[in-house]
Write a protein that binds this ligand. Structure first.
Ligand code: NAD
Length: 251
């Protein structure tokens, strides 16, 4: 039986492309998203058998616990968890200054981007301690906005994604004993709905001036790196944060 991958935020953008890539790599994929219907559409278009979808709100403990239990009851243990779901709240395409940021916006952003990653990783680890799997993998999502302080993103988003930089390392240390590797992705400017929300048509050329490779990233650029990190070949890579940004930020 092929390995089972669960992708959060898989209904569109980077998450949907990761689902397609992992299927091409030979995995069975469960597409999860708060948009259950859209996740079902993505899952229905995946080639081959054994794929599924689940409505799951990563910010809700109940939703994460019950979706995990339903998926594993039906399909067996998840081997690969991709914590891709995330939000960036903007107002007419603009970030609010910190002085104008509401507590609700701050909390909601952290609930999805940070708490969501914790809840999904915890459900995965609890389950894997009962039912271990070979080549267990977790992928987390930070952002180059967290590394740079961000130009288009809100302070709440930057803060929520900065937490992922540290959490990925803590998770990697704790997961290692179970044979599970944990690695993060820090995307640069990737051409999805999230980016387009903050970049009106016509601003692309100005944005790419600062990218040495001279273009926005494609969702496939991220999926290719995830594909390697969750593969059996990446067995000795853990606790890393992988810049996929066209050289936008070099360290
Ligand atoms: N696009 C970029 O330039 C960029 C840059 C840096 C980091 N990222 C990160 O990459 C990841 C994917 O981003 P994207 O550009 O594909 O965004 P997107 O907005 O296109 O897709 C995000 C997906 O997450 C889902 N989602 C939102 N809230 C959810 C919740 N509570 N529970 C479950 N699913 C939920 C949405 O329904 C959507 O399908 C995010 O974590 C994002 O922060 C993106």
């Amino acid at each position: 039986m092929s390995r089972l991958a669960m992708v959060t935020g898989g209904a569109q953008g980077i998450g949907a492309e990761i689902c397609r890539r992992l299927v091409a790599d030979g995995m069975r994929v469960v597409v999860t998203d708060i948009q259950g219907d859209a996740a079902q559409v993505v899952a229905g278009q995946l080639p081959g058998a054994g794929h599924d979808s689940a409505q799951m709100d990563v910010s809700s403990e109940t939703s994460v616990e019950s979706a995990f239990a339903r998926v594993e009851d039906k399909h067996g243990p998840v081997s690969v968890l991709v914590c891709n779901a995330g939000i960036l709240i903007l107002h007419d395409g603009q970030r609010l200054p910190i002085a104008q940021t509401s507590l609700d916006e701050w909390e909601r952003t952290h609930a999805i981007n940070t708490r969501g990653t914790f809840l999904c990783a915890r459900a995965f680890l609890r389950s894997r301690t009962i039912t271990p799997v070979p080549h267990g993998r977790i992928i987390t999502f930070s952002s180059c906005a967290a590394q740079l302080g961000g130009y288009r993103s809100s302070a709440a988003y930057i803060s929520s994604k900065s937490a992922i930089l540290g959490f990925t390392k803590a998770l990697a240390r704790e997961s290692a004993g179970f044979g599970i590797t944990v690695n993060g992705i820090a995307p640069g400017l990737i051409d999805t709905a999230m980016l387009r929300m903050s970049m009106p048509p016509g601003q692309e050329a100005a944005a790419t001036v600062a990218i040495p490779l001279g273009r926005l990233g494609e969702t496939s650029d991220i999926a290719a790196v995830v594909s390697f990190l969750v593969s059996e070949q990446a067995a000795y890579v853990t606790g890393t944060m992988n810049d996929v940004n066209g050289g936008y930020r070099m360290q």
